[in-house]
Write a protein that binds this ligand. Sequence first.
Ligand code: NAD
Length: 474
Amino acid sequence: MIKSKIPTFKENVNAFVLKAAKTLKLKDDLINHIRSTHSVIQVNVGIKIKNKIENFTGWRAVHSEHRLPSKGGIRYSPHVNQDETEALAALMTYKCAVADIPFGGSKGSLKIDPNKYTEQELKSITHLYAERLIKKGFLSPATNVPAPDVGTGEREMVWIMDTYKNLFPNDINYLACVTGKPIAYGGIRGRAASTGRGVEESIREYLRHEKLYKRAKLKPIISENKIIIQGFGKVGKSLAIELFTRDQAKIIAIGEYDGYLHNEQGIDIPSVVRHFDKTRSFKNFKGAKFIDKPDEILTLQCDILIPAALESVINMRNVEKIKTKLIVEAANGPVTYNADEFLNKKGIDILPDIYVNSGGVVVSYFEWVKNITHVRFGRLQRRYEENKMNELIHVVEDATGRTIPEKYKQNIIQGVQEVDLVNSGLEDVMRETFKEILKNLKILKKSSLRTAAYAIALNKLKQFHQDMGVSNYH
Ligand code: NAD
């Protein structure tokens, strides 16, 4: 139990780490080293807007550089601070270690409400912020690579890439200085949906295990469970689309900052997406009731609750009212340490953020690899595979004297596309990682899925420090 009244985000993350470290009996000095932020920079960006100079404060924290580059998104929000940025950077270290992505952990933030500024103003602010980070050594394809997070997206990533390219026109790998870019600027197919799709894969994986879903009193098929999603941004929206279209999921409530939509029969997600994209709000949507109490969504009765907005939303103030069977952490840090302890005691499983939302960084890794190799995945083998498959079909038809129907032929012949490879790689990571977590859960006994996941990360980090020696330069 953390004793401070309202623990900070970093305190929560560190408490989770400590808990896992105790189960592994790691030494205090090593664990203190692993938990510490290696470097953090604060920058101020001053810019004249409507004849007045405005100042924006930002941070970039590097939690670990045991693998390079360090990786982690950039958040634009009026609520960011250094503690939050360091906590998010730490989560990136553990997330990459759990999923076996060869990156260190980092995170950036800028204290700004992006809704208050024009596109041109945001572009200038982003250029200045990126320039500060680049010039101070906190952004480059080799050492520190950002991606989108809350309040940023493909647009901001292109602006950042452009800033880097202008400063280093001779760097052939300039595209790799940032991920989550649009396809035309070196992005990768499948990145936009990757975090949501990864969350979906994590739920599928949980429901493949009889012992787990039976203990949680869930049905093994996604569509037979009532689902609630808080947050309809990049992660929440793409997750809702994936769940609805691929699993026919019954999503009974979806929430935003000003309220939520509720329909016990299930909400038609494509219709909500059209309405939300047009109006930027859930209000006046015909297919569900709008309730203007945003926090209430978390305490509705459901089978699977998916916070996909912000950290610390499930805390000691509302945890007793949570009425779900499984919590899936699509957001980073949505459950505080004390609330997590409470839910563990109650027997409610939590699929932890460092596993659940790793789809984003997994596909970012693919994008980075694509950028430094300068070739699209599937480009070399696609036609070759098609020709070979065509030949094979002819051989089968000749040998059997029968014709394979066109509808099967096309599927068999079609060579692999970039998005297929990306989705296959993503699914593989989500499935293999879950297997690892379950293996650890067995070894650690009476532990939670979160502690088992952290233990994987800590074991890998410990191994790294053992192999390398902590102060390897002396
Ligand atoms: P986003 O800015 O695209 O979306 C966040 C959404 O949450 C917004 O629509 C916002 O209006 C909504 N929101 C804000 N306050 C809310 C509240 N009180 N109740 C309900 N909704 C609220 O951000 P995102 O990229 O979707 O990130 C969401 C979470 O997922 C964050 O914790 C982020 O760190 C995490 N995450 C994102 C990615 C990624 O690839 N974008 C990857 C891993 C983890």
